[in-house]
Design a binder for this molecule. Sequence first.
Ligand code: ZN
Length: 402
Amino acid sequence: MGSRYISIVVLLMISACGTSEEQLARRAEKIHESILTVDTHCDTPMDFRDPEFDMGVRHDDGCVDFPKMKEGGLHSEFFAVFTGQGARNDSAFNKVHTDALFIFNAIHKNVEKNSSIAEIALTADDAYRIRENGKIAAFIGVENGYPIGLDLMKVKEYYDLGARYITLCHTRNNDICDSSNDPAGPESNGLSEFGKQVVREMNTLGMMVDVSHISDKSFYDVLAVSKAPVIASHSSSRALCCNPRNLSDDMLLALKQNGGVIQICLLSAYLRTMEPNPEMETKLNELRAKYGDYDTISSEVRKSQMREEFRGIRKKYEKLATVSDIVDHIDHVVQVIGIDYVGIGTDFDGGGGVEGCKNAAEVKNITIELLRRGYSKKDIEKIWSGNIMRVLRQVEKTAEKA
Ligand SMILES: [Zn+2]
């Protein structure tokens, strides 16, 4: 081998090593330019109670707005109509129904106000078409089935308003099913009779059933009832972080059987078992002492004050997980059930966001880490959109047949 040839090889090697990070960033950039990227959960609409809030403007705090999405190459987002679980009687159901309609309306208004850059998506085809036109595809999901109350007709009402998934419950049991986090323990032994009707109605209409937040028994009950694949819109792997909110390996295997998808959540406490953080706990306890339980606060003003202070405390004291932790969870799911059943549901503006990926402008760092670990473009496309869009299409088909 001639010395000239060797020096060319050495030169090539040096230039390849010296720029490998840049190369990864460039490859990630290119991938985001050519695929659809979808995040299946953000709680940004909680900010829409402020009539001045405009998704078209870049906000200093807050994780999601249209400019940040553009910056990060995030093309589609499921905006959550979230309501905290409260009392379960007629007047409470009326109130939460009104609240839900208010949030639906605020999402639509924010998208209409920015119609040159965003559009509501109702189907998988919509998402690809809107992305093709260079706009942001805004989906709607309902987090917590509480505003259904005991009225099955409400499911269609929310579908007609654009919702394409419903997370059956939140951190407390409701009339649909048991939660994974209710300190009171199980109440319906999983999915209630009414809950079964809700799941069937969602199958008939073409809405994805979201199993995030629900108890293990509720999860298996849903799989037994649902005729279509289900999603966990923002959940992580229990094998890596033991939290009842996360899915165990057995649950992952059942999810694969069902053809569904788990969307890894970017909330630090669901990604990594955190060291005790007494400073933050003290501050959060003080906050709870001052305002009471968030879910039961009646005044919207106090609610948003508490939310703001809560954010401030977390910003100051929380030790965040990292992008590497997110991809550890993706790796784990891929090892247990394969590449076709995993995606990303950030939970941005609901506590989601890690070191290196704190907001929508930084999601490309996940892609960079996936590339670093050897995932192909095809794999990355599945993670960012292919898997969730396959499920949505399947759900649409099941509804057509109903
Ligand atoms: Zn949630």
